[in-house]
Every structure is written in structure tokens, then in C-alpha cells.
Design a protein around this ligand. Structure first.
Ligand code: IMP
Ligand code: MG
Length: 176
């Protein structure tokens, strides 16, 4: 276990307070990418004490080659227009930054009043594109983490803590 449920709740609460303070009177729109962010988003929204709205997009990678270039396909678009809105993009984990960069360019083209990023887990060792993070929860080591939304082949998202997989789990998954 890397991060306990209590540590997660405490830090998410702090971020919620900071957002409530910084965006007071601005009715911000929080946007998340399905599916990993739903756990963080659900807790964050309940830690925010000002009026806010929420929306989701979903993306899928065309191919490993395309995703290495940071090209993703939007498979579910926003339901709300964002022109003139104060948008806070909420993401579970940023690694290379390629996915996030692609999505931010897409959102920026829709002319929000402002566009900032809130990320729970930052794996900065692999970063290829520098993206300013207005809110950040935790730094993670350059290891594969699971839990609190993070999955390994769609599993382990629902763990209430963040942990590292034992090497045996990878090996079993590779041979089964
Ligand atoms: P990147 O920033 O474009 O490299 O992509 C980040 C994406 O890779 C995230 O949205 C996750 O889906 C996935 N990812 C990166 N690191 C981890 C991890 O440690 N555990 C689970 N998923 C991860
Ligand atoms: Mg993801």
C-alpha cells in the first residue's frame, strides 16, 4: 500500500477547500475523463462547498502507436457547452502528459473563460510535455499503481487505497 484511504480523503478534502476558495462566485465546470477519475471526482465534488457543475468525456486510444503520439479518439463528448465558462479539468493520473495535452487542446479550442488542471497523482519522471498543474494531490514513484480509480487491465479500480502490484500478479496476468 502506497497511500491509505485516510490520506486520500484528507488530501482530497484539502483540494476541495482550495477550489472552493479560488473559484468562489465563478460557478466552475469540472470536467473528468471516464473511467478512472470517477472515484476522485465523487469525493472531490463532496469536498467543494461552492456551486459547481460537472461533466464527463470518454476517450479511447486508436492504437499503441497513435497513443505514443498523444492522439486519442473522443468516444463521448461533453453534454454542456463550455464557451465562456471557468473550466477545471480533473484527471486521476498524469504520466507522459500526452493524453492530457491532447484533451486540453481540444477543450481550449471551445473558448472557455479559463482552463486549469487538477490532477490527483503525478508521475513526473516520464513527462514529455510540461503541463501546468493548478492542483496536485500526490507525487507517485515511477511504478505502476492501482486503486482509487487506477486500473490494471480494468481491475483493482475499486480498491479504497493506492497500491503497487506484486510482480507475480503481472506474470499471472501475462500467461493467463
Ligand atoms: P499519459 O499521461 O498520456 O502517459 O497517460 C496517462 C494515462 O495512463 C492515465 O490516464 C492512465 O490511464 C494510464 N496510467 C499511467 N500510469 C498509470 C498507473 O500507474 N496505473 C494505472 N494507470 C496508469
Ligand atoms: Mg485513465
Amino acid at each position: 500500500m502506497l497511500i491509505s484511504p485516510e490520506e486520500l480523503q484528507r488530501r482530497v478534502g484539502e483540494i476541495g477547500q482550495a477550489i472552493s476558495r479560488d473559484y468562489a462566485g465563478q460557478n466552475p465546470l469540472l470536467i473528468g475523463v471516464l473511467k478512472g477519475v470517477v472515484f476522485f471526482m465523487a469525493d472531490l465534488l463532496r469536498a467543494i462547498t461552492i456551486p459547481i457543475e460537472v461533466d464527463f468525456i470518454a476517450v479511447s486510444n486508436y492504437s499503441p502507436e497513435a497513443s505514443q503520439r498523444g492522439v486519442v479518439r473522443l468516444v463521448k463528448d461533453l453534454e454542456l457547452p463550455i464557451i465562456g465558462r471557468h473550466v477545471l479539468f480533473v484527471e486521476d493520473v498524469i504520466d507522459t502528459g500526452l493524453t492530457l495535452n491532447y484533451i486540453l487542446r481540444n477543450l481550449q479550442a471551445r473558448q472557455p473563460a479559463s482552463l486549469e488542471v487538477c490532477v490527483l497523482f503525478d508521475k513526473s519522471e516520464h513527462r514529455l510535455i510540461d503541463i501546468p498543474l493548478k492542483y496536485k494531490g500526490f507525487d507517485l514513484p515511477n511504478r505502476f499503481a492501482v486503486g482509487y480509480g487506477l486500473d490494471y487491465r480494468e481491475r483493482y479500480r475499486n480498491l479504497p487505497f493506492v497500491g503497487l502490484l506484486k510482480p507475480a500478479v503481472f506474470q499471472n496476468a501475462a500467461t493467463s
